[in-house]
Design a protein around this ligand. Structure first.
Ligand code: FMN
Length: 187
């Protein structure tokens, strides 16, 4: 179990083949070379409701009582050794496609949880239109504080600014692609 090498990419962009997916693919390329199995989850293709704070986690035997596509995402999270949270910067925060995943991790941290996720490792990949690196400050703080709360080890991040249009990463973001591959190779 300890030596399991599964990298799960939780893709929060609605753009297929967009800037953040390119970062994720580069991370995956590096990680594959290090023997990782790669799993890609396009969250925008799923129906993910927000947490309703019903405090009924596990009451039906599964993490959450809501019946939606989180039923597919929970096993991917449980099976992963490394999880990459991959998000475009939307109003200085997570995209609405990925935010429900964060909120719905709460069952694993409720008293009486049937399963927990103590030993996960996490990576942040993000892209933004803004030119300044400080645009990512809010996202970074959320990522760091949440990973710390969950007890997950942070392995690294690639936050790529100045990428607004689809394809920008291929013309002016190659540096970030290389960074993401390097991070994958470091796993
Ligand atoms: C709804 C929305 C909100 C956005 N908010 C921001 C923002 O707050 N700051 C920023 O720098 N870019 C913002 N952007 C631009 C995206 O972060 C940028 O286009 C990014 O490269 C998209 O990544 P993707 O191609 O993987 O979807 C926003 C884009 C959209 C559609």
């Amino acid at each position: 179990m300890e030596n399991k090498k599964v990298l799960t990419l939780l893709l929060g962009s609605p753009r297929i083949g967009g800037n953040t997916e390119n970062l994720a693919d580069a991370l995956a390329e590096g990680a594959s070379e290090k023997g990782y199995e790669i799993k890609k989850v396009h969250l925008a293709a799923l129906t993910l409701k927000g947490c309703t704070d019903c405090r009924k986690c596990w009451s039906t035997g599964k993490p959450c009582i809501l019946n939606d596509d989180m039923d597919q995402v929970y096993p991917e999270i449980e099976d992963a050794s490394v999880i990459a949270f991959v998000s475009p910067l939307y109003f200085y925060s997570w995209s609405s496609q990925i935010k429900p995943v964060w909120d719905r991790l709460i069952p694993y941290y409720m008293p009486g949880a049937l399963r927990t996720t103590p030993s996960k490792k996490a990576i942040l990949l993000a892209a933004a239109g803004d030119k300044e690196d400080f645009a990512f400050d809010g996202l970074r703080a959320s990522f760091k504080l949440t990973a710390n709360f969950l007890g997950w080890k942070i392995l690294g991040e690639v936050c790529a600014p100045d990428l607004y249009f689809k394809g920008d990463i291929e013309t002016k973001g190659t540096k970030w692609i290389e960074e993401a591959k390097k991070l994958g190779l470091s796993l």
